[in-house]
Design a protein around this ligand. Structure first.
Ligand SMILES: *[C@@H]1O[C@H](CO)[C@@H](O)[C@H](O)[C@H]1NC(C)=O
Ligand SMILES: *[C@@H]1O[C@H](CO)[C@@H](O)[C@H](O)[C@H]1NC(C)=O
Length: 307
């Protein structure tokens, strides 16, 4: 199992933090099913290429020394890697390339093992910080994000930007899709804020991520929702605990755009931020007793994250 690339923080044992949650049982608001949109099979299928691009997972470093797009990515025909980086340890692996099938540039960051991630997400001593002003010029100081995610994103930010600029000029495409799972989803969401600040106008962006933890505060969620350069879809599987962490009482808020996969395998589009309907993650997984870490890796319409 490789190290989580979140700097040198002391990782509090999971059990020590469970007590945080047992005191926070809230009765879920039950919203009638008909008020939540259920995706059709063909709508679900449109996500499949992005699921594969996100599924490179947390391969052990030994098998990923030559990591580029990863074996699962080969499920997507017509993909050309432009650059890749990271070391699977201090820096999450990432790749940038373009898909001639989709006519899009893809930016992907590697996920991590939920058993490594959850302690970071439940450690109340990890601060919320401002985005780095050199990389995020003009962003309001009211916007705060998880220190570990901010650090992880910055480690690859310059190299990813350079790779995206190369991909834009090489391909001639004007569409960028950011993908990722788990920790990779959090980094890609921060990249979704970062890249438009540095690239010319006329590019359209979308962000499709899986098992996204909460990344920042209310101002961050509002910024993501209001930014016309960000079109976020975050897909959460069943009782995966990662999407309900860090907890709301630590002032973390999800932006809109959740799709929640039900136990029935229906995909429900959940409106708003942290929808507390029991058909959506925030309502369905209100306490640690509902957690099922096995759900974090999927399957997402048949695709399991990892190598
Ligand atoms: C959750 O979804 C329901 C159904 O569409 C909607 O009426 C409600 O406003 C949403 N809740 C939040 C907090 O956005
Ligand atoms: C947890 O999820 C796994 C995989 O989806 C499933 O097989 C298992 O039954 C679940 N456990 C519980 C207690 O629901």
């Amino acid at each position: 199992m490789h190290q989580l690339a979140l700097g040198h923080r002391v990782i509090a044992p999971l059990l020590a933090t469970v007590s945080l949650f047992t005191g926070a049982i809230a009765a879920p608001l039950i919203v009638p099913r008909q008020s939540i949109t259920v995706l059709s099979t063909s709508q679900i299928t449109t996500y499949t290429p992005y699921t594969w691009f996100s599924s490179t997972g947390y391969c052990s470093p030994a098998t990923t020394l030559a990591w580029d797009c990863g074996a699962n990515c080969n499920a997507n025909p017509g993909f050309h890697t432009v650059a890749s980086g990271g070391d699977g340890d201090n820096i999450q692996y990432w790749f940038v390339g373009y898909s001639t099938t989709l006519g899009e540039i893809i930016v992907s960051h590697q996920g991590t093992n939920p058993n490594d991630l959850i302690p970071i997400l439940t450690d109340a001593s990890i601060a919320q910080v401002n985005l780095d002003s050199a990389h995020f010029p003009g962003i309001s100081s009211s916007i705060k994000v998880h220190d570990g995610f901010a650090t992880a994103q910055l480690k690859a930010a310059d190299a990813v930007l350079t790779a995206v600029q190369t991909a834009l000029s090489t391909s001639g495409y004007k569409k960028i899709t950011l993908v990722g799972h788990s920790l990779g989803a959090a980094i890609s969401l921060l990249d979704s804020v970062y890249l438009p600040l540095h690239l010319a106008s006329g590019i359209t962006y979308k962000t499709i991520v899986y098992g996204l933890p909460r990344v920042g505060n209310q101002a961050f969620a509002n910024y993501v929702d209001a930014n016309t350069n960000i079109h976020l879809t975050h897909i959460n599987n069943k009782e995966d605990p990662v999407p309900v962490l860090p907890p709301e009482f630590l002032a973390y808020v999800h932006p809109s755009g959740e799709i929640h996969i039900e136990d029935s395998n229906a995909w429900d589009a959940c409106p708003g931020q942290d929808n507390d309907s029991d058909l959506c993650s925030t309502g369905d997984v209100p306490t640690v007793f509902e957690w099922n870490i096995s759900d974090h890796d999927g399957p997402y319409n048949g695709i399991t994250m990892g190598c």
